[in-house]
Design a protein around this ligand. Structure first.
Ligand SMILES: [Zn+2]
Length: 282
């Protein structure tokens, strides 16, 4: 990729093991974070000398096992702008942006908690997810979105003088809040849940929604990136605005909450269209 011509708002859809891939172009390649001594995205100043030393996988081994996904499967990564398709193994999609202590500690517990989510979504249709599982799912979705900000959104290149491509603002404050368990600071972040009815095992789309600033004028989307992540039959819509905002999700996408039941999730497939999300900054 030289300069990125397409906007981050385009959809990237990656589909596993598909005989007829439905690949939607995106204008973004992933890039490595800048080299050098980098602090952990999540614990940051608490990390002391415990700097970034660990790669966080987009799809971890525990989550793949819980949802029956083969991490050795090939995924197609598409850049429609240069008509380039690259194939790589799913377990190779990761980013070095966390410290070992976080990766092996709270993040590892979060990955293992997703087994409870797999049980819930494939279980009795009238069973509420419950407060503990709803929090696990919300936290996993937020963590995954923050990782995608680096893998797809060039967040690690923020502030680089020589970088001319599109980027999203690194989610530093919400990442720290997630690490601290400060749920009030994350209250304006939205995690929506619906059911994927496609045969896709694992897919994601990352980009920017339509954004308005106070007064109804067009706002800058790099402050409110969106991720849509499909894991088995579970589909998550995640928005992390960096300022308080009103978020509008497409019809049928339910807010992740303790009372959520599988029978409330959509029965028909949703297009993974980032443009269906709207963010109004207040
Ligand atoms: Zn850390």
């Amino acid at each position: 990729m030289s300069a990125v011509k397409a906007r981050l708002g385009n959809v990237r859809l990656v589909r596993l093991s598909a005989s007829r891939p439905e690949l939607v172009p995106s204008g973004v390649h992933h890039r490595s974070m800048a080299n050098g001594r980098v602090r952990c995205l999540f614990c940051y100043e608490d990390s002391g000398d415990n700097l970034v030393a660990s790669s966080e996988h987009l799809l971890s081994r525990p989550v793949a096992a819980a949802f029956g996904i083969d991490r050795r499967s090939s995924v197609a990564r598409v850049d429609g702008d240069v008509e380039e398709i690259r194939w790589m193994q799913l377990n190779g999609i990761k980013r070095r942006c966390v410290c070992t202590r976080c990766n092996n500690g709270w993040m590892n517990r979060l990955e293992h908690s997703m087994a409870g989510i797999a049980t819930w979504i494939s279980g009795p249709i009238g069973e509420p997810i419950g407060a503990a599982r709803a929090l696990d799912l919300r936290n996993w979705a937020l963590k995954t979105h923050m990782l995608l900000c680096f893998i797809e959104g060039n967040a690690g290149r923020f502030g680089e003088d020589t970088f001319t491509g599109e980027y999203v603002v690194p989610p530093v404050t919400p990442a720290k809040a997630l690490y601290k368990g400060d749920h009030n600071a994350l209250a304006h972040c939205v995690v929506g849940v619906t059911r994927s009815t496609s045969r896709t095992d694992f897919a994601w789309s990352f980009g920017t929604p339509s954004v308005t600033a106070p007064g109804g004028v067009k706002g800058h989307p790099r402050f409110a990136p969106v991720s849509i992540v499909t894991v088995g039959s579970l589909q998550l819509w995640v928005v992390v605005p960096l300022l308080p905002a009103r978020v509008t999700m497409p019809a049928g996408v339910q807010v992740c909450r303790a009372g959520l039941r599988p029978d409330e999730l959509a029965r028909t497939g949703h297009p993974m269209n980032l443009g269906l999300v709207r963010v109004d900054f207040e």
